[in-house]
Design a protein around this ligand. Structure first.
Ligand SMILES: Cc1cc2nc3c(=O)[nH]c(=O)nc-3n(C[C@H](O)[C@H](O)[C@H](O)COP(=O)(O)O)c2cc1C
Length: 172
């Protein structure tokens, strides 16, 4: 699949078939994550792949009660080592959230290529997620996503026109 086709057809999927994902598809998605760029190539992240149904169900209340998260056969918990990331991003900040976001973008687009759905989950209780999957206290949880066969075909949500999002040479 062409990159632009994956970008155009990716949707946030909030209904999943319960069937497990073929191992090769999961491996391909994770390889896309591994190849993501990170500041200074520090690769300050770790993904927890949750397949266990009881653990998935536990994650629902930690994700603001979003029940569809546990419908998918896999949940990816995106974790980052804040201290190990590049510390001078834009002069003074850690790049950990940016690094992890790029990793997740690779995941969501590679998933489309594999016929799989994802949905970025940003509404979650970080400490509750840490406790459920055993993430150390000094490691940040940046995002989660369910991963599975889509059981819906969402319409393209509206986007702003390009003129509103882009200007040339100077701010206008
Ligand atoms: C940082 C971030 C956090 C998000 N958190 C949630 C979430 O907690 N639950 C949810 O259902 N969707 C969440 N989304 C998905 C957005 O609602 C979705 O990307 C947006 O509405 C556009 O739809 P699309 O992904 O289908 O293009 C999140 C997306 C981003 C980028």
């Amino acid at each position: 699949m062409e990159v632009m086709e994956a970008i155009r057809t990716r949707r946030s999927v909030r209904q999943y078939a319960p069937e497990p994902i073929p191992a090769e598809k999961l491996d391909t998605v994770l390889e896309a994550a591994r190849l993501a760029p990170t500041a200074c190539n520090y690769q300050p992240f770790k993904l927890v792949i949750v397949k266990d149904e009881a653990t998935r169900r536990q994650l629902v209340p930690a994700c603001a009660g979003q029940a569809f998260v546990a419908e998918a056969p896999v949940i990816i918990v995106g974790c980052a080592f804040e201290d190990q990331a590049y510390q001078r991003q834009a002069g003074s900040m850690s790049s950990f959230a940016i690094d992890l976001s790029i990793v997740f973008d690779h995941i969501t687009l590679a998933a489309v290529d594999q016929g799989l759905g994802t949905c970025w989950i940003g509404a979650f209780d970080e400490q509750a997620v840490r406790d459920i999957v055993g993430v150390p206290q000094d490691v940040r949880v940046v995002a989660l996503t369910p991963l599975g066969m889509p059981a819906e075909d969402p319409a393209m949500p509206p986007r702003k026109p390009i003129e509103e999002l882009v200007c040339y040479e100077k701010w206008e």
